[in-house]
Design a binder for this molecule. Sequence first.
Ligand SMILES: Cc1cc2nc3c(=O)[nH]c(=O)nc-3n(C[C@H](O)[C@H](O)[C@H](O)COP(=O)(O)O)c2cc1C
Ligand SMILES: [Fe+2]
Ligand SMILES: [Fe+2]
Length: 316
Amino acid sequence: MKADAYKIVDDVYWVGVLDWDIRDYHGYTLNGTTYNCYLVFGEDKVALIDNVYPGKSEQFWGRIKDAFEKEGREFKIDVVIQNHIENDHSGSLSEVVAKFPDVEVYCSKKAEPGLKNHLPELADFEFNTVKTGDSLDIGGKTFQFVNAPMLHWPDSMFTMLMEEGILFSNDAFGQHICLSERLDKDVDPVILTEAARKYYANLITLSSPMVGRKIEELAKLGLVDILKMIAPCHGQIFTDPSFIIDLYTKWSTGTYEGTKITFIYDTMHHSTQRMAHAMAEGVMSEGVEVKMYFMHDDDKSDVVTDVLDSKAIFVG
Ligand SMILES: Cc1cc2nc3c(=O)[nH]c(=O)nc-3n(C[C@H](O)[C@H](O)[C@H](O)COP(=O)(O)O)c2cc1C
Ligand SMILES: [Fe+2]
Ligand SMILES: [Fe+2]
């Protein structure tokens, strides 16, 4: 399939997949998402960061070929950096290995058994395991690795491209959103915030204690000072990293300016419904914002999103 690679900065391309049609991801309702992968052209080697769902690789290969053509380089991936084992980011690794049998694959120590388990055809493949502080030079382009356990899986890691200040954060800082534009600044900030909020509420909340610690660790490693972009594996790329770091800091610490109360109820003969509506009238007359969910029809991933930044929740 012919598909364009998107140049982020010199030598770095987005080569991901637009999944326009997905509407449900393990109970999370969404209106499409993207599986972001990136190609980095070093002077000596070419590195691919993450890959895509099995069976979703047509666009991915089209974009990779386009990036190689744009760079005028021999079509050869030398390195794969596998930041996470979940198959929306690793499901095409076997295709990459089959095409380029000499490819070196870098992943966290926890990722190796998971990858071998998910991809039995790679059971005998030799992975290079890396940890926080390790780095890899592909010729004028240096990657530094940072383990990020529970952001959002035990195997997760971040990869920083030092020269460009791009943090490839995999699932962390993502949004399930599928747009023709790739960057944060091409999207209305309200839409971007809403998508990031739903994603955080549904996928990151349980790891909230890890968020602040990881941002502090990145600062101690000197990576926040050089940070220019955050390139997650879903949704828009942040050319303004402070936008999403500030939101994550707020959500992970429960610091909300609003007064929102969320009502969550179900009813058969309408008395609970009447009670919920009457209570809502009471708090609204005090100037409180109300969100109302009737679980007969409403979607649980939307409920969780409002629970994230509510001051109180009523369940009936
Ligand atoms: C999802 C759901 C399941 C229910 N299951 C039962 C049940 O197993 N047995 C029963 O006597 N009533 C059941 N009810 C009826 C509740 O007892 C009734 O809805 C409750 O008293 C609240 O009153 P309301 O429907 O007027 O709000 C159910 C109601 C809902 C919404
Ligand atoms: Fe994941
Ligand atoms: Fe993912």
